[in-house]
Design a binder for this molecule. Structure first.
Ligand code: ZN
Length: 231
């Protein structure tokens, strides 16, 4: 059974990629350039794939094509702190200004169109409802309802798998360790990128980032909790 992983180069989607490689015979990856305010993710995702190919031979044999779709028009119509220089803060709608309206709906719809053509009926994404930022398009109900809409619209059964949905960030580190040991954890720390600001200057024990944006904070807290749970 083949799968298509929405792979951004971040900690979550890299863990999901490892999860899929441990489960499916053939795994392809897709990324999106949607006018992010920095292109760090798009640079690191290639390095992550290269290192998986070099350091995990069993997975390398299953890892297929990677493609990056240009969705800059989508970025242009969304006025958010991820697509332009703006303060990261809570908005009047009660959502962080990093919320890109409809992002996961658009990504999965494009992914499903490609999956249909390439006959990969399982789509995998790193969305999480546990300690997420409140993005409504990360909710399990949103994504499972979307899977149903896509299946009806394509007249072909599409499954959306979200292995991180019910675990927290400490659990995401633990899952990476369970799947690929210290080698995978090292790769995730060194190569993946989470920081909203695209900071690659500061190296912490949990990886690179500004250390203070909400994404860095989540990643750091998860790392610290996992370290405590392990010992
Ligand atoms: Zn940061």
């Amino acid at each position: 059974m083949p799968a298509l992983v929405l792979f951004s180069g971040g900690q979550d989607s890299t863990t999901c990629l490892a999860w899929a490689l441990a489960r499916y015979d053939r795994v392809e990856t897709i990324g999106f350039a949607y006018g992010q305010r920095h292109d760090v993710e798009l640079i690191v995702r290639k390095r992550v794939l290269d290192r998986i190919r070099a350091e995990f031979p069993d997975w390398a044999a299953r890892l297929g094509e990677d493609q990056v779709l240009n969705l800059s028009e989508f970025g242009a119509i969304s006025d958010t702190a991820l697509t332009r220089e703006a303060e990261i803060e809570m908005t009047a709608a009660g959502l962080p200004s990093t919320f890109v309206p409809g992002r996961n709906l658009v990504f999965f719809t494009y992914a499903a169109a490609i999956a249909y053509r390439r006959r990969t009926p399982v789509l995998v994404g790193g969305m999480c409802e546990t300690d997420y930022s409140g993005y409504p398009d990360c909710r399990n109900e949103t994504l499972q309802t979307l899977a149903r809409a896509l299946s009806l619209g394509l007249d072909w059964n599409v499954t959306i798998e979200t292995p991180l949905m019910w675990i927290d960030k400490a659990g995401t580190w633990a899952l990476a360790h369970e799947l690929g040991g210290e080698r995978l954890v090292d790769l995730i720390v060194e190569e993946t990128h989470t920081c909203y600001l695209g900071n690659r200057e500061h190296r912490h024990e949990w990886g690179y980032g500004c250390g203070t944006c909400p994404a860095c904070e989540l990643r750091r807290k998860g790392w610290e909790k996992w370290q405590t749970e392990k010992s």
